[in-house]
Design a protein around this ligand. Structure first.
Ligand SMILES: [Zn+2]
Length: 239
């Protein structure tokens, strides 16, 4: 199909690029002798082949003169993913990983978290990440766990009995107990839990970098718990 008349932002090249239409739909209507039109298109970058969505709108009353004194119509181009706003670093679109063995409900929450991130709803992304940790515990049937003091020792009661708690803090430690994650991974899951709590209770929006790191860790934990068993070379196959 034809090329888009002017360069638009490409989220992968991170700059203005020429694109080609993959699919295009034109709409027009008129009211009180003014014509309005819109073009909706799925477009593809001619450089990196990344897809984007384009909407062009215009009307017969919005025009200007060009350098040669000729009238030209001013059309409004909106592309999604959107170009970064001034001064903000653009982190692009984070494509969800293709997990094959992560249970569906968990995958759904994870995909929604990435959707929130990609739409730059960072606040919702932070809350969602905490929910992923919660959902992970539900799915692995972890209902409680011990707690650590600031020196990393398990907290015990006056009789020396290990204290167990049913909140998310305890459950994350329950994941270590079941040997589903390492202590280091648990520390990061605790950070994600704290980040979600701060978002909810103190309306604090985390930095994009932090969110990206949290997403990476979640993906890593998913891989460890659900995907590792899919490899041909796995402990199961070694006698
Ligand atoms: Zn591109």
């Amino acid at each position: 199909m034809e090329e888009v008349k002017r360069k638009v932002y490409c989220s992968y090249c991170k700059g203005e690029r020429y694109h080609r239409y993959i699919e295009r739909y034109d709409v027009s209507e008129s009211e009180d002798s003014v014509n309005y039109w819109s073009t909706y298109g799925i477009i593809r970058c001619l450089g990196c082949k990344t897809f984007a969505f384009l909407r062009i709108t215009g009307d017969s009353e919005t025009w200007d003169f060009d350098d040669d004194g000729e009238i030209y119509l001013i059309e409004n181009y909106a592309v999604y993913p959107e170009p970064p706003q001034d001064g903000k670093k653009y982190y692009g679109i984070r494509i969800p990983r293709d997990f094959t063995s992560v249970p569906k409900p968990l995958l759904e929450v994870y995909q929604q978290v990435l959707g929130a991130f990609n739409s730059q709803f960072h606040f919702l992304c932070a809350i969602g990440l905490r929910s992923v940790v919660e959902a992970l515990c539900v799915n692995t049937e972890i209902t409680d766990g011990y707690i650590f003091d600031e020196n990393g020792n398990v907290v015990v009661d006056n009789d020396g009995k290990i204290i167990r708690t049913k909140n998310l803090k305890g459950k994350i430690n329950g994941l270590i107990e079941r040997e589903l994650i390492t202590k280091r991974q648990a520390i990061i899951l605790h950070d994600i839990r704290n980040m979600g709590n701060k978002a909810v209770h103190e309306i604090q929006v985390p930095k994009i970098r932090v969110l990206l790191e949290a997403i990476e860790i979640i993906e890593h934990v998913f891989h460890t718990i659900y995907e590792l068993g899919n490899y041909e070379i796995s402990p199961k196959s070694v006698d």
